[in-house]
Design a protein around this ligand. Structure first.
Ligand code: BGC
Length: 419
């Protein structure tokens, strides 16, 4: 018997001994970028819950905060005709892939479970393509947060979190005078863009943010308000340590934990890191929104790519239903730092930062000051986002003036829109 035949025979035997390969809950390969301490804990909950339903989980983590590396990997997989069954994807990205016909819808699950009645309409709209759900949201993350180490603040007599950028700048001066790094930051384009959009929100408010960053209005992009936003970003550049370049966001969070820096401006996945390290909110770390009185929205969701085979199709449905189940939304978000996407999940077990997030979200919806994050792929197509990221990073790493920055930004955005 040739080696090949022996191998085939062995495989046939194995198939007889282990009857079939289909799992009760189906099989899913899941592509995601949750690799930091808090993120891994959260995605571990999803894996555990899926396996508890008899499913087989094939993990495909692609490291890199903000998901840029994961999106590159996804494109390669789709080009090769071999997409993963479930992919962490967000905002306009969902629409872009759906438009290309790459996604299966999960409308039958959504109808059966009445997702429309438990999701905020703004989120439901993002999850649908041509009226059908093609994505299931796991959470609501807030991007406009400042995290701080209270012990470090106490060293220079800061007793309250800054409420305006002027207050932040004054605190930063005090910290610098005491030899303390005010701002823990990782110099990666998506992190630069994260602090940039939070600054724009604080300097210009929600209506301005929307005009400039969502509607891409040329007048707003070149306005004095945008110039002042870059001026504030320049100030923040002076608040970071010399080794910020290329640093991962979770290492920046660790600097705050260890008292090596006072503040970090980052979405509430940073809270997932503090919690995973056993830190307590209000005791070991503080949270407060960045200035602006608004809410910068980011939501993680999973899409279901067109795959073949009953086992994998079953896996997609089981996963979609699981993601949207109230129990899972509670467990997952307690670990992730976010709040549930479902509006009917009780928040009794959630901490003060999460409760603040929920209250501010409701208030922002009422006052029309809920804005989608550009840095986290909720606002604009990837090509436009790419222009923002390039320009903001260039600005952060050079001595470009604010006037030059707005000129280049407006031109870049126009270029991307014409593509
Ligand atoms: C995602 C979060 C993730 C963060 C850092 C964001 O874009 O929405 O879930 O934790 O990137 O990787």
């Amino acid at each position: 018997m040739s080696i090949l035949n022996r191998l085939l025979a062995a495989t046939a035997l194995a198939a007889m001994i282990v009857p079939g390969t289909a799992y009760a809950g189906g099989t899913v390969e899941v592509l995601h970028w949750w690799t930091s301490g808090g993120e891994a804990k959260a995605v571990g909950e999803l894996k555990k819950a899926f396996e508890a339903q008899g499913g087989k989980w094939i993990d495909s983590p692609i490291a890199g905060g903000g998901g840029d590396a994961a999106m590159t990997a996804l494109r390669a997989r789709v080009m090769a005709g071999n997409p993963p069954a479930a992919v962490q994807l967000k905002g306009p990205g969902i629409q872009e892939w759906a438009k290309q016909g790459a996604l299966n819808d999960v409308q039958d699950v959504a109808s059966k479970e009445n997702w429309d009645s438990v999701l905020p309409p703004v989120l439901a709209a993002i999850m649908k393509y041509e009226g059908k759900y093609v994505a299931a949201p796991v959470n609501i993350h807030r991007v406009d947060w400042i995290w701080a180490n209270p012990q470090v603040l106490a060293k220079v007599g800061i007793t309250e979190m800054p409420k305006t950028w002027d207050e932040f700048n004054a605190d930063a001066e005090k910290l610098k005078a005491a030899g303390i790094t005010p701002l823990a930051h990782g110099g990666q384009p998506w992190q630069d863009a994260t602090i940039f959009e939070d600054v724009v929100l604080g300097v210009g408010g929600a209506a301005f943010y929307r005009k400039a960053i969502v509607e891409l209005d040329q007048g707003a992009l070149t306005s004095d308000t945008m110039i002042r936003s870059f001026d504030q970003l320049r100030k923040l550049r002076g608040d970071v340590d010399p080794n910020f370049s290329g640093r991962d966001w979770n290492l920046a969070t660790a600097m705050v934990m260890k008292g090596e820096a006072a503040f970090q401006i980052m979405g509430d996945w940073a809270k997932g890191e503090f919690l995973a390290a056993g830190k307590k909110p209000g005791v070991d770390f503080l949270c407060s929104p960045t200035p602006g009185g608004a809410f910068n929205l980011n939501s993680d969701s999973f899409t279901f790519f067109k795959v073949k085979g009953a086992d994998r199709l079953e896996g997609q449905k089981v996963l979609a239903s699981l993601i949207m189940s109230p129990g899972f939304q509670e467990t997952f978000n307690l670990a992730k730092g976010s709040i549930p996407a479902r509006t009917d999940v009780k928040l009794d077990k959630f901490d003060s930062c999460a409760l603040k997030s929920q209250a501010d979200l409701v208030a922002a919806i009422k006052s029309d000051s809920l804005v989608p994050s550009m840095a986290h792929e909720m606002a604009v197509p990837r090509t436009v986002r790419g222009e923002f990221l390039d320009l903001v990073t260039n600005f952060f790493n050079s001595d470009m003036t604010s006037a030059e920055a707005v000129k280049q930004l407006a031109a870049g955005v126009k270029r991307a829109q014409m593509q």
